[in-house]
Each structure stands twice: as C-alpha cells, then as structure tokens.
Design a protein around this ligand. Structure first.
Ligand SMILES: [Zn+2]
Ligand SMILES: [Zn+2]
Length: 235
C-alpha cells in the first residue's frame, strides 16, 4: 500500500508516477533478497527457473561493494549456475545418444526426448524482480485511482505527465470501471494535447510557417516515442 504522501511526492517528480513508485519499492525486494531470500528454497527455485535477474534488475547487484553481500550473491548465483549446468549436461547426454544411431524405433523416442530437453533449457521464466515490480505497480495504480477523489491528489495528477503506456495498459486491465473513469479522463486529455502538439510540430515544417517561433511542440515527437516505448515516461 502506498500512502498519500508517497503518491504526492511521485506526482511532483515528473514522469509516470507508477514507474516511480514501483521502482522505489524494489528497494524492499533487494533488501530481502540479500538479507534472507538468497538462501530460501522457494526463492532460489524461482531464480533458477528465471536464470537469475534480468539485465535491468541485475545492474544494481553489480554495484554492491559490501563483502557480506558479495558472499550472498555468490551463493545465490552458485545455485542458479548449478541448475543451468545440470540441464546443459542432460542436453549433452541426450545429444550424444541421438547421434549414436541405433534402432529406427529408438531414434524417434530419442529425438522426442532431445527436443524436450532443449526446450526445458531454453525456457526462462520472468525475472522475479520484474514480477515484484509489476505487482507493486498494480498496488500503486489501485491506490492512485482510489485517491483521485482527494482534491490535492487530483490537482497534482492533472498537472503531472500522467501514466506511461505500460502502466495505462496495466490500469485498464486491473482497475474496476468506476475507478478507471477518472484516470482515463485525465490521460485522454493529456494524449489529445500531445497529439495536437505533434500536429503543430509537423505544421511548422511547411515552408509557409517555417519562420514562426518554435515552442514546446518541438519536443513532442520525442515525448511520443518515449511514451509509446513505455518504461517510465509520461506524456
Ligand atoms: Zn509507468
Ligand atoms: Zn527484471
């Protein structure tokens, strides 16, 4: 759950408030990962299936300098590597069998096993930190939608860059219709404004209007690309 003060602060920062809140909540994830979950079976198995954290979420791990934390990371990644190596060895065994010839009817069975072992190696579940961040984003969306009835929050949201495309989509999927209405009304206003800025930007390319003063519409194409790409940018 996110408090009103946290939502207010995120709305004042610029950028998608849900990106800001869900990113910040990752501190909890890292804290528990490095202080407890690195040796908890359930978490280790999840990390093994995922093949560790994704590139974005692994980056902060590479910056740790505490000796104790590097020890925890060593243990965690040892489990992940052991799991991957055992699967690789299983694949190698299947591959050797399949290349060794033998009876025709055996070849079919071996080929089937080989394909299964290959696909079980290739399969990577979603990074646990990505899952955690999405879950927190869901809570933040619910809290924001809930608090839009508060005049201060509504005012801040009206003047904020709004939601990125990823979190707008997640909100549409997650929120009940009555909570979604306020959120979508503001977002639609923001996107219509961006669309008109883009039209203005393009209009000034016409040689007749080329000498007109340039304004904020000049960055509209950048904001449109960023918004569509998602990952933190409001409108
Ligand atoms: Zn976002
Ligand atoms: Zn991730």
């Amino acid at each position: 759950m996110f408090f009103k003060s946290e939502i207010q602060e995120a709305l004042k920062q610029g950028g998608c408030p849900i990106c800001i809140l869900s990113r910040r909540s990752l501190n909890n994830y890292y804290f528990w990962l490095l202080h407890q979950n690195y040796s908890v079976l359930e978490h280790i198995q999840e990390l093994q299936r995922a093949g560790g954290l994704c590139k974005d979420h692994a980056r902060p791990l590479l910056e740790v300098r505490s000796e104790m934390t590097t020890y925890c990371l060593g243990i965690m990644y040892q489990y992940i590597l052991q799991f991957r190596v055992s699967r690789l060895l299983a694949l190698l065994t299947q591959l050797k069998k399949s290349n060794s010839g033998g009876w025709f009817f055996l070849r079919g069975v071996r080929e089937e096993r080989l394909q299964l072992t290959k696909s079980s190696f290739r399969k990577r579940e979603i990074c646990p930190a990505c899952k955690y961040q999405r879950l927190q984003a869901g809570y933040a969306l619910q809290d924001l939608a809930e608090q839009l009835g508060d005049a201060e929050i509504r005012e801040l949201y009206d003047h904020s860059p709004g939601l990125c495309l990823d979190h707008l989509s997640q909100g549409i999927e997650l929120l009940p219709d009555n909570k979604l209405l306020g959120l979508l009304e503001v977002q639609a206003k923001k996107l219509l404004h961006l669309e008109s800025e883009l039209a203005e930007f393009l209009r000034k390319f016409n040689y007749i209007y080329r000498e007109e003063p340039k304004g904020e519409e000049q960055t509209s194409w950048i904001r449109a690309i960023r918004w569509c790409a998602g990952g933190g940018e409001g409108v």
